[in-house]
Write a protein that binds this ligand. Sequence first.
Ligand code: FAD
Length: 495
Amino acid sequence: MTTPGETAAESSQAIVATRDPIVVLGAGPAGLACAYRILLSNPDQKVVVVDRSSIIGGAGASFKWKGHTLDFGPHAFHTRGSEPEKLVRDLFAAEPGLLIEGRKQVHVYLKGKRFKYPLQITEALLKFNPLLSARIIIEFLITSLFHAAVSIPVENFENWGKKRFGPTLYKMSFGDYTEKVWKTKANKISEKFASEKIQGFSFINLIQKLLRVGGQVTEPYYQTWLYHRYGSGQMYVRLGERIRERGGEILLGTTIHSVNRQGRRVVSITVEKDGAKTEIPCTWLVNTIPLPQFVGTLGGDVPFPVRHAASKLRYISLLLVYLEFPVERVSEDHWFYLLDPRFAFNRVTEQKNLSSDTMEPGKTVLSFELTCRVGDEYWRMTDEELVKLAIKDCQSIHFMCDLIGRITDSKVIRVPNVYEIYFKGFDQHAESVLAYMSEMDNVSSVGRRGLFLQGDQHQAVEMGLEMGDILAQNVPDRLRLDGFMAKYVGYLDSY
Ligand SMILES: Cc1cc2nc3c(=O)[nH]c(=O)nc-3n(C[C@H](O)[C@H](O)[C@H](O)COP(=O)(O)OP(=O)(O)OC[C@H]3O[C@@H](n4cnc5c(N)ncnc54)[C@H](O)[C@@H]3O)c2cc1C
């Protein structure tokens, strides 16, 4: 940030005064992509990546369980061209057989039936019982007429959904599921989140198509993917190897004790591994860990409004129950959503359908995702209780109930604070924290965690590469840094 009377160039020259390392907090997709790009473009620059996890790749990592390689829920890398996809392809250019490409095969399970994902209104109306379909259409017409006559502000997710779809369809297709995933009433969730997440499901579109006056075939989200034959995490293992080959250091299993500042500059960070503390000098700090945790490393002199804003940024945690079946396949899907409120779990992934090489021959492992708050009734359940709960859900899935007696093994993983919750006002809280960080001379924050953005791996890598480009210059361009922040803070506003 330039101070009054100082030009951008003068301010920038004050930024990189030494050849100390650039320190990256977090070895997930964003942090690794950033580190790699810096080293690629500026081989003289030292880079140190620090992560508390013992495995590389953040939420995109994989781990071994018996003869299986498992991801943390589904982790297909969406293909949208541009730099992130090119990076992934380049990493395996010499061994093209290692990358698999495909098209998403995803369904939703609702009222005992399977529907294509994202739910399409035509299919829903045809498959629901005729009385329910008639009720949905009548409600939609009444709601539309009412809202055309009376202007009522949309203030939250629930208002947004009911206004758009009518109460019954909203509740069945999004409302109940949203409350199940976020463990929060939908009227506490920002309407900005609804408009981002619920795409491609439009009554107006259907009516336009029926009347032949337009209507697009919408294909929301990204339908094609790349995946490593031996699990999502292999992409990050390879990226880590490339970073190390270029002289970068990656410190895993290492916690960040403190970020040490002199005035507006970060001068070093203190890390801890196996009880031993080390101070790492730092010319620039790239943050990709969650904002509240980052603020916690800064010590007590952070102004109260910033600490308060950070404490208002909330996350939902994830329980993953993996069930092993001695069969080739349970379904054709990569994953399917359990929309009905009677299901405890939100989504089931059959990773074998992304790559059969991740599983022991003759077996398949399905992962069941359940969101919760750290310390709540689900979080406190024993592994045994969670496995029983997953089996209970299987009993209500027509193509799984006969397989329950054949489950050969199970595993439970708890991942705290994994999804950003978009409570009303989340954008102002995130922006307050980011504004405070941008007042520091040599700090940038990127990635899903670093910007409180609910993006995918592609976006995390993209942000990392962009930031890496900027920091690879010996004198980072302040205007580019400001442009980067303006672009991504703009995404927060647009949610
Ligand atoms: C269940 C689930 C399914 C998903 N499915 C897909 C999918 O199919 N396709 C897709 O593209 N994306 C998917 N995503 C999203 C994807 O995982 C994220 O977009 C991506 O991992 C974000 O990368 P990141 O580097 O910003 O953050 P992360 O991957 O979260 O990396 C942050 C890193 O910071 C480290 N860290 C955190 N706190 C500290 C600390 N205090 N000290 C040191 N290190 C710390 C963590 O250990 C982690 O390694 C999914 C996410 C989840 C949770």
